[in-house]
Write a protein that binds this ligand. Structure first.
Ligand SMILES: [Zn+2]
Ligand SMILES: [Zn+2]
Length: 315
């Protein structure tokens, strides 16, 4: 009763204030409808979740494996020469074990086919099947990317200097993103065209053309990124000139990044001196001088710190 009276009071207040804006009353109607429909929407969602519980559980497992491997690898990259080869090989073994277990469990579906642009062994391809195949393929490719970066981290410095490893993480990441955006194409084509003969070829054709257009823009952007990464890989990077021993002693003979004596010191335009290796690793993450924050690198290239993109390539 109290609520009723309150409602009446509100209505009369509205009447007194003049007619309410039509947009506002429509919004109120929508909110009211949503409030009434919410339990049914939740029931529907719960049913869908229950139907796909296995798929959701696998996705949560794969996502947490990815997050763990990604952050552990990043920590190892930041440790520079002090990285532990044991930890790196543990990540490799962990990812390999996960992937093999998954592909073995669902071996009847031949999910690995989607990695080499073939159709997995499924009778039909509805929306959830499409998401399932695309999701698994994307995670497996992310694991492969991390595995490749692990190999680069594990390389001894005689073969590959620590300061140039950033470029290799970058090119691996860009190539992986390009490949990951190519893998779903054939599955989307099959999904849009549909297997059953009753589906309309006209609608399918139009949708395919639209999909191809959007996709080609996406791929062009990624090819451009790969080209830029190749350019970074081929041009030797120089952030400053070799510092003389006098400049080093003026700077206190201690590198502000590693807090140790200078090794192959470089002097920046702002006259601050750092070890070359410390500087290369610093500029894989930042674009300003660590001491005075003056801009040294014009464009910051992401992915040089060994991170792998968590972006889920759905389409
Ligand atoms: Zn240093
Ligand atoms: Zn400076």
């Amino acid at each position: 009763m109290a609520g009723d009276r309150h409602g009446h009071a509100e209505e009369s207040a509205e009447e007194q204030a003049g007619t309410p804006a039509p947009a506002l009353s429509e919004l109120k109607a929508v909110v009211g409808w949503l409030q009434k429909g919410l339990p049914f929407i939740l029931i529907l969602l719960a049913k869908v979740c229950f139907q796909h519980k296995l798929g959701i559980a696998v996705c949560i497992g794969m996502a947490s494996t990815f997050a763990y491997a990604n952050s552990t690898l990043r920590e190892q990259v930041a440790l520079k020469e002090k990285r532990s080869v044991l930890v790196v090989f543990w990540i490799l073994a962990f990812l390999t074990g996960n992937t093999l277990y998954l592909l073995y469990t669902f071996s009847s579906q031949q999910l690995y086919n989607s990695l080499i642009f073939l159709k997995p062994n499924l009778d039909r391809l509805d929306f959830f099947d499409l998401m399932w195949i695309v999701g698994i393929a994307d995670f497996v490719l992310k694991y492969l990317t991390i595995a490749l970066k692990c190999l680069v981290v594990a390389l001894p410095k005689i073969i590959l200097a620590v300061k140039s490893k950033g470029k290799f993480y970058l090119i691996i990441e860009e190539l992986s993103q390009l490949f990951r955006s190519l893998v779903p194409i054939q599955l989307w084509y099959k999904y849009i065209m549909g297997d059953d003969p009753s589906s309309s070829y006209f609608l399918g054709g139009i949708l395919i053309i639209m999909y191809s257009l959007c996709k080609s823009f996406d791929i062009c952007g990624r090819v451009g990124s790969v080209r830029k990464a190749l350019k970074v890989l081929c041009t030797p990077q120089s952030y400053g000139v070799r510092a003389t021993s006098q400049q080093c002693s003026e700077a206190g003979d201690i590198c502000a990044i590693c807090q140790a004596e200078f090794r192959e010191p470089l002097i920046l335009l702002c006259q601050h001196v750092f070890c070359e290796e410390c500087l290369c690793l610093w500029f894989d993450r930042e674009k300003t001088c660590p001491l005075c924050r003056s801009v040294t690198v014009e464009t910051l290239r992401c992915w040089k710190d060994g991170t792998t993109s968590a972006h889920f390539q759905v389409y």
